[in-house]
Design a protein around this ligand. Sequence first.
Ligand code: SF4
Length: 76
Amino acid sequence: MVCPQSVIRSKVYEPEKLENAPPTFKSVNAKEHNWHDLKFTIQVAAEDCTGCALCVDVCPAKNKAEPRKKAINMEQ
Ligand code: SF4
């Protein structure tokens, strides 16, 4: 929601919408209890990223393998 370029897009949708999706299109089961039986996808258009780092600033999740990092990080 903070990305000014809409680089990171999240969607929740009915599983039927995946019927004609290419095999490389990734999805998981939505975990929110109001979204049971729905699928969840995050898509990233990295080529549109300006490197503003707003997404990193607001990211609330930690990297479980490397706790000093967040779930999303800026790297060169
Ligand atoms: S760093 Fe890139 S992906 Fe993150 S908010 Fe800025 S433009 Fe969007």
